[in-house]
Design a protein around this ligand. Structure first.
Ligand code: FE
Length: 239
């Protein structure tokens, strides 16, 4: 068990080291390339930072198993298939996202690259026994930007609730300030030089098995019991 924990920690560190600036490629054991002689490396599904049942009852093992094991895996596999043999093969994930953003001819590559990145980031935004309010510099920055933590929570929740159809709500760093934004479908702040600090996936696949159409209850559970504020603070430190 100790070995397993250390291995999960290491993967989390690798993930933090490579993704949080929003500009770095996802590399190492979490979202890295596997080496194949004479072939461009492939993206790999990252290892979850916790067991699949660790977020229960707020996100069930069944939901996480489908969301991570089926949906996230499908984005990674499709991305590998789509970039194979193209000029994007072997390029860092963030570069693929930025290069294909807004390119009508490469929508599928953008969607799968962005969803690969977004989901890897989302898993680390949560932890068992998370949620509540942040502390330290992050808390001060949030109060500075939104007036109070409660105001931030309200704005973030509102963005997540009102995202029409599939998408994401985010806390981002943008030119030195903090903002709440929401994005459609696969769209990610990474494409627009904003630094993601926190996100919630509000595609139905993220919550429907546990909450059916009660998206608001899923968001409340995320805020109150799941947010990994240490991860958010680390992202802020690198913004
Ligand atoms: Fe998702």
């Amino acid at each position: 068990m100790k070995e397993k924990n250390e291995s999960m920690l290491m993967n989390r560190r690798q993930f933090l080291a490579t993704t949080v600036a929003g500009s770095a490629m996802l590399a190492g054991g979490v979202m890295g390339f596997s080496a194949h002689a004479a072939e461009a490396p492939l993206f790999e599904l990252p290892i979850l930072p916790y067991p699949e049942d660790a977020l229960d009852p707020y996100i069930s093992a069944r939901t996480l198993s489908f969301h991570y094991g089926k949906h996230h895996r499908a984005y990674v596999d499709k991305l590998n298939e789509l970039v194979k043999g193209t000029a994007l093969s072997g390029r860092p994930l963030s570069e693929i996202i930025k290069t294909t953003a807004g390119d009508g001819k490469r929508v599928a590559i953008f969607n799968n690259a962005a969803q690969t990145w977004n989901h890897s980031f989302f898993w680390s935004c949560m932890k068992p026994k998370g949620g509540g309010a942040p502390s330290g510099e992050l808390a001060a920055k949030i109060v500075g930007a939104f007036g109070s933590f409660e105001n931030f929570k309200k704005e973030f929740t509102e963005a997540a609730v009102t995202q029409f159809g599939s998408g994401w709500a985010w806390l981002v760093g943008d030119k030195g300030s903090l903002k709440v934004v929401k994005t459609d479908n696969a769209v990610t702040p990474v494409a627009y030089d904003q630094t993601p600090l926190l996100t919630i996936d509000v595609w139905e696949h993220a919550y429907y098995l546990d909450y059916q159409n009660r998206r608001k209850d899923f968001i409340a559970a995320f805020m109150d019991h799941l947010v990994n504020w240490e991860f958010v603070a680390e992202n802020l430190a690198k913004a």
